[in-house]
Design a protein around this ligand. Structure first.
Ligand code: FAD
Ligand code: EPU
Length: 350
């Protein structure tokens, strides 16, 4: 442990810390310096220290959307801010503020227990609440942006705590201000949501979700609890548990193509899976990858999951170099077959 003076606060930085248990790929990565953030007051001191020492700083949540190198230079700051509070309540809705270090899934589950509904479709997504706005997490017809009312941040450029409105966050599919517009500038300290106090707002657009809910509910009217259970059941049937098999969920975004490109592809590949989206179509990247023959394939110690081709996995002992190499091979083969370039979803660091 080393003490570093950052502003007026002493920062307790550890050195040479293994991140293997802190990234969902389970890569054997080591942080040069590491600190746990348990109070917002540490942030100005940490950022001053990094700026003075000219060190890069990785803000780490649950490590479930990161591809880490063997050595991570500078400082890794793991967000462990805790707490959930009700901010206001009306007859129909409730506003809650959740600290960035809370587990996403445990928060969804706790809110459901309180009778605060609206996040059930996002159950079982790994990671922290603080990372949820970064790529505007989404699943089964709901995105974070549909429920967020404010994002509390520390602005490292202006050296001040502030809050951003949803429109300032520039949310879009798997993207936001925090991910691609101004990456690294804001450290998220808490997120505010508006949730429903009645169960009239269930989102059941996905056919598979509707069917699973109906099976779970039986003769009863479908409740938020049934929806939550159905989402968990569906996800467990498709996605590997990172505790058993290292992965970062979908490795690529589903690509958006024009209507003309979709029609041209559909003529050649009649069973292509795609969904209308805006003026064009979103293609199922998992279908494209499977069609290129990658499903279940191994490459050194990494590979493509045998139940979902969009998920790349670490079979044990794999690393960033192997995953990156596999990802490039997949991108090239999908491009050669369909003329569509897949974009990775997780962040490579550094
Ligand atoms: P990390 O991986 O720690 O960080 C991700 C990025 O956010 C990094 O750039 C990091 O610097 C930044 N960051 C983290 N915390 C903060 C903060 N407080 N302030 C500023 N920046 C921060 N995603 C979906 O959208 N939908 C899914 O259905 C889904 N399913 C998944 C299933 C599995 C099995 C896995 C492994 C992943 C899945 N993901 C999914 C991806 C991942 O869970 C989400 O992106 C999640 O929000 C990442 O949270 P994290 O805390 O692990 O972030
Ligand atoms: N498909 C195949 N082969 C495969 C995988 C998928 O043909 O190997 C086809 C199937 O037709 C399937 C369709 O693709 O019906 C869609 O697959 P799935 O329902 O599993 O969803 P997805 O589009 O692959 C997206 C998100 C997931 C999210 C689910 C549920 C992206 C990049 N991924 O996956 O998010 O949980 O929908 O909404 O948008 C993540 O971001 O990490 C993630 C897991």
């Amino acid at each position: 442990m080393v003490g570093a003076a950052g502003g007026s606060l002493m920062l307790e930085l550890q050195t040479q810390v293994s991140l293997q248990a802190l990234n969902s790929f389970g890569f054997n990565s080591v942080a040069e310096r590491y600190i746990e953030l348990t109070q917002p007051a540490q942030l100005p001191a940490l950022i001053d220290y990094c700026q003075e020492q000219v060190l890069p700083c990785l803000i780490l949540g649950g490590g479930s959307n990161l591809v880490l190198s063997a050595r991570v230079p500078g400082v890794v700051a793991r967000v462990r801010l805790r707490g959930i509070e009700v901010v206001s309540r009306s007859q129909q809705t409730v506003r809650v503020r959740v600290a960035a270090g809370e587990s996403w899934h445990e928060t969804v589950s706790w809110l459901l227990d309180q009778g605060f509904y609206g996040l059930e479709n996002l159950a079982l997504i790994p990671g922290t609440v603080g990372a949820s706005p970064v790529q505007n997490i989404g699943a089964y017809g709901v995105e974070l942006k549909d429920r967020v009312t404010a994002v509390h941040v520390y602005d490292t450029l202006q050296s001040q705590f502030t809050q951003l409105t949803p429109s300032e966050c520039q949310f879009s599919y798997r993207d936001s201000l925090f991910k691609s517009v101004d990456p690294g500038r804001y450290i998220i300290t808490a997120v505010e949501f508006e949730l429903f106090l009645n169960s009239d707002h269930l989102v059941l657009n996905y056919q598979a979700l509707q069917e699973t809910c109906a099976t779970i509910a039986g003769s009863q009217v479908v409740t938020p609890r049934h929806l939550f259970d159905a989402v968990c059941q569906l996800r467990r049937s498709k996605l590997p548990d990172p505790v058993r098999l290292g992965n970062a969920g979908s490795f690529f975004k589903n690509p958006h193509v024009s209507a003309a490109k979709f029609q041209a592809l559909k003529q050649t590949f009649s069973n292509l899976v795609a969904y209308p989206e805006g003026e064009g179509y979103k293609l199922a990247a998992g279908w494209l990858i499977e069609a290129c023959g990658w499903k279940g394939k191994h490459f050194e110690q990494v590979g493509v999951y045998d139940r979902q081709s969009l998920v790349l996995v670490n079979h044990g002992g794999g690393d960033r170099i192997q995953i990156e190499s596999l990802a490039v091979q997949i991108q090239d083969s999908v491009y050669n077959a369909f003329g569509v370039r897949l974009e990775p979803e997780p962040r490579y660091y550094p």
